[in-house]
Design a protein around this ligand. Sequence first.
Ligand SMILES: [Zn+2]
Length: 85
Amino acid sequence: MTELKPCPRCGCAPRFKSFGDVIDIWCCPCLSIRKSEVITPEERDTWDIRTASYANKVEVKALGEAIKMWNAGLIRSINSPYNPL
Ligand SMILES: [Zn+2]
């Protein structure tokens, strides 16, 4: 898996949380994405309502995409059901 770069502001290791359709990566700034934004319709069809998650390989892909966005310096918050801040 791609490694998370340190926080661009303070240099600390960011924390991350995967929760339902949302991935949050945060330290001083925060990046939130919806997994459904970065996966295909076919991958969305693997959603399992009992576990509130996608198939394992889809979860891994979505987390990889979120890490790439964090590492590229994208900072963004969405209306997340899990709000660490
Ligand atoms: Zn920081």
